[in-house]
Ligand binder design. Structure first.
Ligand code: PMT
Length: 235
């Protein structure tokens, strides 16, 4: 990575996993640790960027790595909070890196009181879900000229061919400038210290395979972002 190649560039990073409350003591969540997003925020800041990091439910021990000049961290929890914070921060961002694992659904009716077993003895309760807005799609709709928007795709797949095929389909749905596709599973992608990002451009061309520690993967993805920034304005 070239030192200072993101000097003064405003970068918005979302990281971690959103949580959707069921009642005051329970939630539906996912296993994102925030490591990949924190690595992106840290790497971008070291390359000179001014970073806003929207951190969804990230452990303080993981978040500590992003505590440095050049990174402003805002903590959020639900998808609705992340959506609001992302739109507030996106206006001033030249680069958006959407590494957060966002819940596709939320609980339709959140209970104000703890749901108790005694309330329905012998019956397993059902939770009714409702669709969340797609934050990335709405950011792309509001995209400004010159702004580079990078989406992620987390896929459980058999092989690289299926990974790229699923990635290209997601690319078409999201309309981003770059899509970082990673295989996820019980042991890979989420939580682990390493990652492999297959980076697709807006035409679906594989422009990079960024592999290694999440920090190394972050730097390789940022190399692709710098190329996009140099490539001129986007519609
Ligand atoms: O946090 P770690 O433990 O380090 O793990 C990293 C990671 C595997 C979580 C990360 O690299 C990753 O893949 N993040 C994206 C996870 C995800 O939600 O992927 P998706 O394929 O479901 O979503 C596609 C894209 O749309 C993502 O950029 C996501 O942020 C965005 N999205 C999804 C749903 C939604 N309602 N709104 C969104 O903006």
């Amino acid at each position: 990575p070239a030192m200072g190649d993101l000097q003064g560039v405003h970068v918005l990073v979302t990281a971690g996993g959103t949580r959707e409350p069921i009642d005051p003591v329970r939630f539906i969540g996912n296993r994102s640790s925030g490591r990949q997003g924190v690595a992106l925020a840290t790497a971008a800041a070291e390359r000179g960027a001014k970073v806003v990091l929207l951190a969804a439910n990230i452990d303080e021990s993981v978040l500590a790595a992003a505590e440095r000049p050049g990174v402003r961290t805002v903590r959020v929890s639900t998808t609705a909070e992340l959506e609001q914070a992302a739109h507030a921060a996106s206006a001033g961002a030249e680069v958006i890196l959407m590494a957060a694992a966002v819940a596709d659904y939320r609980v339709a009716e959140v209970s104000d009181r703890k749901i108790r077993k005694e309330d329905a003895p012998g019956e397993a309760p059902s939770i009714v879900l409702t669709e969340n807005p797609d934050i990335l799609v709405s950011l792309v709709k509001a995209q400004r000229p010159g702004q580079v928007i990078v989406g992620f795709a987390a896929e459980t797949v058999e092989d690289e061919e299926e990974l790229l095929e699923r990635g290209r389909r997601k690319l078409a749905r999201k309309g981003v400038d770059l899509l970082a596709v990673n295989a996820v599973g019980w042991r890979e992608g989420f939580e682990s210290g390493e990652n492999t990002l297959h980076v697709l451009d807006s035409d679906g061309e594989l422009v990079r395979v960024a592999s290694g520690t999440k920090r190394e993967a972050a730097d390789a993805l940022l190399d692709a972002v710098v190329e996009e920034l140099e490539g001129g304005p986007h519609p």
